[in-house]
Design a protein around this ligand. Structure first.
Ligand SMILES: [Zn+2]
Ligand SMILES: [Zn+2]
Length: 307
């Protein structure tokens, strides 16, 4: 069989997530079993429509997490892992688990709060827990590689992540996790070296432009994406997550579409790839509240510091 990649939950579906299921002839893997919502945008908490979407997609991720033999967590943000309230803890039972190192190359909130909390929750459930930064694992002819820890974006304030590549001998997936672009050479180097055919990138964090994401960050992200298109055999580039929190994504990505077109590369959000309607729900919250007035302003499901 050829590699099957299922895009389970993404920002273009209306939640914050990059949960991806990969099945090769040798192994079933789920990368980043988590789904979350923006705690507040434009002063609004999540709209009931978003909460409904969150539950639907969490169920989808849970189903595939259960089916997977290998579970990967690239870092301890709640859109990439779950503490058992949406993705049931039983999915960790008997699994081979590859985790971002919980004490090395990590920021204080993940090191002292989120990682230990998560490790305690899953304690005793997996068959094997590996801290995977810079490591690799093979299953038959399938090789899974984890990059060295690289910063979450332009600097390590939000911590570090690892990127993942899955190679079944015929095709290769690279999943960047939260590189915010990629902005840095250290992040781009892994992608260039791995030479993916399918690439899933979180993309530039332009909804924070001028605030937590600079014009220079965006410029280097666009340059790095163009370089990846020119220098790797990538056929399909999924640009989603951070990038799909901005309604202007098409305008911002126009140099990328142009570079891709000249090389016959497809650049799409996860929703566009699947032929779904793009639904950036968090970016249209004020309209959602106007159109569908909830009886009460839902705060169920809201957790502080969701990123
Ligand atoms: Zn993150
Ligand atoms: Zn994220």
């Amino acid at each position: 069989m050829t590699m099957e990649v299922k895009l389970l939950a993404f920002d273009s579906f209306g939640v914050r997530s990059m949960a991806t299921y990969v099945e090769t002839r040798d192994v079933r893997v789920l990368i980043d079993p988590g789904v979350a919502l923006a705690p507040r945008r434009f002063g609004f908490p999540p709209h009931p429509l978003e909460l409904e979407r969150l539950e639907t997609l969490a169920a989808e991720v849970s189903r595939h997490a259960e089916k997977a033999e290998v579970l990967v967590v690239t870092h301890y943000h709640y859109d990439h892992h779950d503490l058992g309230d949406r993705i049931p803890l039983k999915v960790w039972e008997g699994k081979e688990v590859y985790l971002k190192h919980p004490t090395e190359n990590i920021n204080p909130s993940q090191k002292f709060e989120r990682a230990p909390l998560f490790l305690k929750k899953i304690e005793g459930l997996p068959k094997q827990v590996n801290y995977a930064d810079g490591g690799e694992a093979s299953y038959g002819r399938t090789l899974i590689k984890f990059s060295e820890a690289v910063p979450h974006g332009a600097n390590p304030r939000l911590g570090y992540i690892f990127q993942v590549s899955v190679d079944d001998g015929d095709s290769k997936l690279v999943y960047t996790s939260d590189v915010e672009g990629p902005v840095l050479q250290s992040q781009t180097a892994f992608i260039l070296a791995e030479k993916p055919t399918l690439l899933i990138v979180d993309g530039p964090m332009t909804y924070m432009l001028g605030y937590r994401y600079t014009v220079e960050n965006l410029a280097s992200a666009l340059e790095n994406l163009k370089r990846i298109i020119a220098e790797t055999p990538v056929e399909t580039l999924i640009l989603d997550h951070h990038f799909m929190r901005d309604l202007n994504y098409r305008t911002i990505a126009s140099p990328i579409y142009k570079a891709a077109k000249s090389r016959g590369v497809k650049v799409l959000s996860a929703a566009e790839y699947l032929g779904r309607k793009v639904e950036i729900l968090e970016a249209v919250r004020p309209e959602l509240y106007k159109q569908f007035k909830p009886k009460t302003r839902g705060t169920k499901g809201e957790r502080p510091g969701l990123e």
